[in-house]
Design a protein. Structure first.
Length: 569
C-alpha cells in the first residue's frame, strides 16, 4: 500500500507542480504583454501628455522636454557633399564678407582682405531643428537650426597697418556653436510658395578662434591681435546676429518690410548696486557698469566709476533702441576698474524685454552671476538696482497707465517723456524726429515726513538706541536731520521737511538712520530711493527696509508738486 500511495502522492505533486508552472508562465506572459502595451503607450505620448500626468517639479533634473528634432540624416548627406559646398561657398563668402570687414575695420589697420579662404575638410553638423509654432501669426514659417562647427579652415587675412606693415594673419582652430533662424515669408500661391528667405544668427553660444602671423608671433605687434578679433566679432554682431537679418529674394517683389526696424525705446535708470564682491586685495573695488541691448560698441553705455565702494550709487539714465521686444534683453555687466590693467568682471545680469509692460515703470533688483549662459557658479556676487520703462513707437499715449496705480492715468510728465524720446524715430517714416535731444526737466517741491521706525538694531548695552534720521538730496547735497529720540528701537518723529528739487527725474533721496552717542555716531542703515514713484503718484506713504542693517524699517510720507520744463540740447 505504501508503494501505491507513494506513486499516487508523487503524481499528485507532479500535477500540482505542472499546474503551478503553467500558471506562473501565463502570469509572466500576461505581465510582459501588459508591460509591452504600457511601453507602447508611453512611446506614443507627447511632452504635453507627460506634463499632464506629472507636474514639472517632480521630474529629475536630467529630464528635458525639447521641441528640437535630431538631424542625423542631414549631417550624413552634408558630409558627402561638403567638398562641393566648400568650393562653391568660399568665393561667395569672400565677396560678401570682405566689404563687411572693411566696414568694421579699426583705425589701426588700413586694409583687411582675404588672401586665402577655404572651409577645410570638416563639415559643420546640425544638432537640432525646431519649428517656432508659438510665434505670432506673421504670414510665414520660422525654423531654428542649431549648428556646431569645429573646423579646420585655411583662412589667411592680408592685413596692412597704418604704419605700412603688411601682415599675413592666419585664422585657425575655429570652434563655433550657434542657433540660426530661417524665416520663409511671405507665403504666396506661386511655387515655391514663399517670396523670400530671411536668415539670421539667432544666438551665438560660442565663438573661439586663434590668430597667428605666418612666420611670426602676432603678440609681438601690440594691439593688432585684439583689433582683428574685435573686428571679426563686431562684424558678426552687427551684420548677421538677430534682430538683424539677411534677406534673399526668391520671387520678384518688395521685401523692405522684412528688414530690421526700431520698434521702441527702452529707458533705463541705473540706480545702485549693493554687496558687490570685492576684487581688490587692498581696499575695495572701483565698480562701473556696462549696459546694452545689442553688444555693438556704439550702442553700449558705460556708467561712471565709483571708487573704493562695494555699495555704489550711480543714479544715471540711459536710452536704448529696441528692434524686437519679444526676443531682446537688456544686459548689464558690472566691472572693477583696474586702471591701466584690464577691468575685472564682478558679475552680470539680464532682463527680458518681453517681461516689461509698455508704458509701465518696472523697478527691479537683479542678482549678479558669473556667466549668463552657464550658471553653475552659485557664489553670491551682489545685486544691482534698475528702473526700466519700455514704450513702443506709434502707440496711443492714453493706453499707458500709472505703474503703481492701475486705475490712474500717467501724469503729464510721463506723457511728455513719451512725446519726445531721445534718439527715437518717427513710427511712420522711420526717420529721426529731430536732430536735437529734448530733455524734460522737472522742478518742484518734495515734502518728506519722517513718521517713525521700528525694530532698529540695538547698539547700546541696555539693548536700546538713540536714533535720528538724516535726509539727503543727492544732486544738491542738501541735508536735514530729525531730532534724537532716546532709549528706543521703535522711535516716532513725525517731522516734515521740504526740499526744492531742480531736476527730479535725475535726483534721488537718501534716508540715513543714525544712533547718537556721546562718544561718536553709528550709522544703523539707509534707504536710497529715486523720485520716480513720487512723481507718478504725487503722494505716497510706505515703509522701507533699511539697507546695511540686520533689521529695521522706516516709515515715510512723500508728497510731490511739480512743474515740468523742457530744454533742447
Amino acid at each position: 500500500m505504501s508503494f501505491f500511495s507513494g506513486i499516487f502522492l508523487g503524481v499528485v505533486v507532479g500535477v500540482l507542480l505542472v499546474i503551478a508552472f503553467a500558471r506562473a508562465g501565463n502570469a509572466r506572459a500576461k505581465h510582459r504583454s501588459d508591460l509591452a502595451t504600457t511601453i507602447a503607450a508611453f512611446a506614443r505620448m507627447t511632452a504635453q501628455d507627460s506634463r499632464k500626468i506629472l507636474p514639472k517639479e517632480f521630474y529629475p533634473s536630467w529630464v528635458v522636454f525639447t521641441q528640437r528634432q535630431k538631424l542625423t540624416w542631414l549631417n550624413l548627406q552634408l558630409d558627402k557633399i561638403w567638398p562641393y559646398v566648400d568650393a562653391a561657398a568660399s568665393e561667395l563668402i569672400r565677396s560678401n564678407v570682405e566689404p563687411v570687414l572693411e566696414e568694421f575695420r579699426p583705425v589701426i589697420l588700413s586694409s583687411l582682405k582675404f588672401s586665402k579662404l577655404t572651409l577645410g575638410t570638416v563639415a559643420p553638423s546640425f544638432t537640432g531643428i525646431s519649428v517656432l509654432e508659438d510665434e505670432p501669426d506673421t504670414g510665414g514659417i520660422t525654423l531654428e537650426l542649431e549648428m556646431q562647427w569645429d573646423g579646420n579652415p585655411n583662412i589667411v587675412l592680408d592685413i596692412k597697418t597704418k604704419l605700412g606693415v603688411s601682415l599675413p594673419v592666419q585664422v585657425k582652430d575655429i570652434a563655433f556653436t550657434g542657433l540660426f533662424r530661417l524665416i520663409f515669408k511671405p507665403l504666396v500661391d506661386e511655387f515655391p510658395c514663399f517670396g523670400a528667405v530671411c536668415y539670421s544668427l539667432r544666438k551665438k553660444k560660442n565663438l573661439d578662434f586663434k590668430l597667428k602671423i605666418i612666420g611670426g608671433d602676432i603678440s609681438s605687434i601690440p594691439g593688432v591681435s585684439d583689433a582683428i578679433e574685435e573686428t571679426i566679432r563686431d562684424a558678426i554682431e552687427g551684420t548677421i546676429t538677430w534682430p538683424v537679418r539677411k534677406i534673399v529674394p526668391i520671387l520678384a517683389g518688395d521685401y523692405s518690410d522684412l528688414e530690421v526696424k526700431p520698434v521702441g525705446t527702452l529707458e533705463v535708470k541705473l540706480v545702485q548696486a549693493k554687496e558687490l564682491t570685492n576684487k581688490d586685495i587692498i581696499g575695495k573695488s572701483d565698480p562701473y557698469a556696462v549696459l546694452f541691448v545689442r553688444p555693438l560698441k556704439e550702442r553700449m553705455k558705460t556708467s561712471k566709476t565709483i571708487n573704493n565702494q562695494l555699495n555704489p550709487i550711480w543714479n544715471e539714465h540711459f536710452n536704448f533702441i529696441v528692434e524686437d521686444a519679444s526676443t531682446q534683453h537688456l544686459t548689464i555687466r558690472v566691472f572693477d576698474d583696474e586702471g591701466v590693467q584690464a577691468s575685472e568682471l564682478i558679475g552680470c545680469a539680464q532682463v527680458a524685454l518681453k517681461d516689461l509692460e509698455p508704458g509701465k515703470v518696472k523697478d527691479v533688483w537683479l542678482k549678479l552671476v558669473k556667466d549668463l549662459e552657464i550658471q553653475r557658479d552659485n557664489k553670491y556676487r551682489g545685486q544691482v538696482h534698475l528702473e526700466l520703462l519700455y514704450y513702443p513707437y506709434g502707440t496711443d499715449q492714453s493706453l499707458y497707465i500709472n505703474p503703481f496705480n492701475p486705475d490712474y492715468a500717467l501724469t503729464s510728465v510721463e506723457k511728455a517723456l513719451k512725446m519726445a524720446p531721445s534718439g527715437s524715430e518717427d513710427a511712420d517714416s522711420g526717420k529721426p524726429s529731430s536732430p536735437k535731444k529734448r530733455d524734460t526737466i522737472v522742478r518742484g517741491v518734495l515734502s518728506v515726513t519722517v513718521i517713525a521706525a521700528e525694530d532698529l538694531p540695538a547698539v547700546d548695552f541696555m539693548g536700546k538706541a538713540d536714533p535720528y534720521v538724516v535726509l539727503i538730496m543727492k544732486k544738491s547735497e542738501t541735508k536735514v536731520k530729525t531730532r534724537v529720540v532716546h532709549d528706543t528701537v521703535n522711535p516716532v518723529w513725525n517731522q516734515t521737511f521740504d526740499f526744492l528739487v531742480e531736476d527730479a527725474l535725475h535726483d534721488m533721496l537718501i534716508v540715513e538712520v543714525w544712533d547718537h552717542d556721546t562718544f561718536g555716531k553709528d550709522k544703523l542703515g539707509r534707504v536710497i530711493m529715486t523720485l520716480t514713484r513720487a512723481i507718478l503718484e504725487g503722494e505716497i506713504q510706505d515703509n522701507f527696509p533699511l539697507e546695511g542693517a540686520k533689521s529695521g524699517r522706516v516709515f515715510l510720507h512723500l508728497k510731490w508738486a511739480a512743474q515740468p520744463m523742457f530744454r533742447d540740447t
